[in-house]
Design a protein around this ligand. Sequence first.
Ligand SMILES: [Zn+2]
Length: 263
Amino acid sequence: MKYSGVLKKMTTEFISPVNYYLDMGGDFLNMNQLINKTISIGFVKYQCLACGEDKKIFRQGFCYDCFYKMPQTGDWIMRPELSTAHLDIEDRDLEFEKQAQLQPHVVYLANSSDVKVGVTRKAQIPTRWIDQGAHEAIEIVEVPNRYLAGITEVALKDHVGDKTNWRRMLTNNVKDLNLAEERDKLFAFVPEEAKPYVIENNKETEISFPVEKYPQKIKSLNLDKTQLYQGVLKGIKGQYLIFEDGTVFNVRNWEGYVVEVGV
Ligand SMILES: [Zn+2]
């Protein structure tokens, strides 16, 4: 069977192991069912997630023009401490920014390769952790807006990392840690404004991914260079499809690319 559609990150269902779905033009492929099967991925064309045009994708599924225009790609997305909706100050579209920023946010610790600190809207838990390939995660604070989460993250970054080593994540070269202990050590560094919002008594969330076999060495599938790939799917972690020959495909990296998937 051939399916075709524009790539968007897979949707997930938080059960054990995580269930993954890929939307291919309205057909939702349950990717877990394709594990141990041969699948192909072929590039067809671009389709910007905003304007829909067949224009080279620049970042996050958007063409260059849309990337610099859309409110959902403002600097406050990657750097939450730059959020200004709580001050009624517009970046690109104040209504959009109020909706996105003035809602509960969580600063968390997640362990996907090393312990790292991150920020997400509360409504995105545990989706965000699953997308990062974290096998365990825990909340540190829950604050009423994105700005407070951002300044907390900045303060904690001095004491814990904020990057994932995706090679270690995908080869499962990871450790189990007691994240509640790690979190407790960080409370002292939470900024005064966010201190009333610390979460002290919750436990870590464990996430298990549908992977039959982790590769020893990995290479990344680049759709710009390899326009047709075929391999046996061995598992899914984060937003990565993991194949038997060590090829990994980060679905999220290729948002906005129209592909044909053969199963
Ligand atoms: Zn566009």
